[in-house]
Design a protein around this ligand. Sequence first.
Ligand code: PMV
Length: 359
Amino acid sequence: MTESDFIPKRYTKLIDKGSVSWSSPSNIALVKYWGKKKDQIPENPSISFTLSDCKTITTICFSKKEKQEEFSFEIYLDAEKKDDFKPKIETFFKRVEVYLPFLKTYHFKIETSNTFPHSSGIASSASGMSALACCLMSVEKALNPEISEAFFMQKASFLARLGSGSACRSLEGDLVVWGYHDEIDGSSDLYGTKYPFDVHNNFKNYQDTILLVDKGEKQVSSTIGHNLMHGHPFAKERFKQASKNLSGVIPVFKKGDLDAFIKIVEIEALTLHAMMMTSMPYFILMKPNTLEIINKIWVFREKTNSKVCFTLDAGANVHVLYPENETESVLKFIKNELVAYCQNGHYICDKIGFGAKQL
Ligand code: PMV
């Protein structure tokens, strides 16, 4: 597949108006994407767990308009008009217009809400952009009902990527790879694909409890962070390491080797932040409580032989990952020892999930 395969040849139906709704989850990367080329092409392949309960629900009502020179849309978050979201959507529409030539034909009313609080510090771009991409694909499907389910998902992922890179990994479950890797059949820089190999039962229903250390806005956007990988002194080695770690997870998933899983996941999280700390300008997104939590997890693991581990995305919050059979003991540990480091004691329990759904 190349980019041009996503440009539709013609639409077979004429539709004046309609409405479509999708829900799409967030995802948490195990091998991280950090650094991109032109057109949101990742510098290295990544793999993530699709989440289950942290999701965005989006409805688009579309109606044909007279003038077709400009994009026309309005956007609401929790029923409140959000004009400050418009520039991001406008940029996205411009980027994807060539692949969705109907965008200027309709006026769109976009209504969106998240199952997690907007001010939780949990990035809504992966779930938000993937839900929006699915809605737009449903409009395309209304205009061209012959589109297959497989193509629908592939193109939704392709479009989501152009909104926010990691969003392309939220369409399907439960493990998704994005970025070409020579050992992973079907992997592509253009869209996410379901991890194609065996996954041991140890990873079934894997749990992710998100500890909200800092609910504020990120000080450095991921766009800026990705760009700082251009000319970064360690970039080349980092991209090689990510590919190596992706090769490394293949036998780990197959055998259910949780100790090896922990090593890869934690080195990935720390390397992501090491890249931020060593870019120019340098920055630190972890907070003192992020480090307190990491240390507590290490002590708990040492003491109890638990297989709990942590990962981080581009912020201070900590994702605590653990197998389903440890749910009771790890939640007890979180309540007794980690909640104290969360802002207002807040955390969110989630787990591995199965991707976007039409509503
Ligand atoms: O999707 P973006 O451009 O917001 O990048 C996010 C990248 C990380 O979340 C830090 C890592 C990843 O692979 O999801």
